[in-house]
Design a protein around this ligand. Structure first.
Ligand SMILES: C[S@@+](CC[C@H](N)C(=O)[O-])C[C@H]1O[C@@H](n2cnc3c(N)ncnc32)[C@H](O)[C@@H]1O
Length: 220
């Protein structure tokens, strides 16, 4: 049996043998196994997005909108200690986000006191100019809201869109040539660039998720 990174099955201590090395990824995966509650694909998504974001966007407070378990925010702190803190904002924080944070903190005590979990809609949390705003799989138009909140503050931003709203998403005048979801993301990228941002368009491996387009931007 192959070990698919796109599985929604939970990682538990039964999977520890799959992550035997002392690389940062394997240590992270073992901590996630100890937490015993995270779908496997969330580990791979957070890691692959986090690595790409940190090559471009370093330092500043991390703001993880629609952050769910908050793994992405914590991966960003582990990959780059120049960010002092992270805030995970989700209107319905999963109770198991506590177990994930506790497991990571046991492996990396330096995370203690640096990650705040806020159970609020994202519009209630002010964004600062120095922030790095991230959002993995903010469904449909929520990704547009993340981009709006970040650009209003002139903050750096990275989104991995999903669940495109084919009826309401903005497809501009390119929908005749492109798949509708792709047209929506192309228009997002153009809007970000037209707001005075330098943008980067990348993908994470499709074997983890077909919703794998990563859009990053920093004010020029
Ligand atoms: C598909 S999940 C993604 C969770 C996580 N980022 C991940 O990649 O696994 C979308 C999350 O957005 C949250 N959410 C939806 N509307 C929101 C809002 N207005 N403000 C903050 N979070 C919201 C949901 O509760 C859910 O946890």
């Amino acid at each position: 049996m192959t070990f698919s990174p796109s599985s929604r099955g939970r990682l538990t201590d039964r999977d520890l043998d799959r992550f035997p090395s002392e690389t940062l990824f394997d240590r992270l995966a073992r901590a996630v196994c100890h937490a015993g509650c995270l779908p496997r694909k969330e580990l791979y998504e957070a890691w692959e997005m986090g690595r790409r974001v940190r090559r471009r966007l370093r330092g500043g407070r991390v703001v993880d909108f629609g952050g769910g378990h908050g793994l992405l925010a914590q991966v960003l702190l582990l990959l780059d200690d120049s960010s002092p803190s992270a805030i995970v904002v989700d209107k319905a924080l999963p109770p198991s986000s506590v177990a994930v944070h506790d497991a990571l903190r046991r492996t990396w005590p330096r995370l203690a006191g640096r990650v705040a979990f806020v159970a609020l809609p994202m519009d209630h949390v002010p964004v600062e100019t120095d922030d790095v705003v991230v959002s993995s799989h903010a469904c449909g138009l929520l990704t547009d809201r993340v981009l709006d909140l970040a650009t209003a503050a002139r903050a750096r931003v990275a989104v991995l869109p999903c669940c495109h709203d084919l009826a309401k998403g903005t497809t501009g005048d390119v929908a005749g040539w492109l798949d509708t979801a792709l047209a929506i993301d192309v228009m997002r990228a153009r809007r970000l660039a037209e707001s005075g941002y330098r943008i980067w368009t990348q993908t994470i491996p499709a074997a983890i998720t077909p919703k794998n387009r990563l859009l990053m931007g920093a004010p020029q």
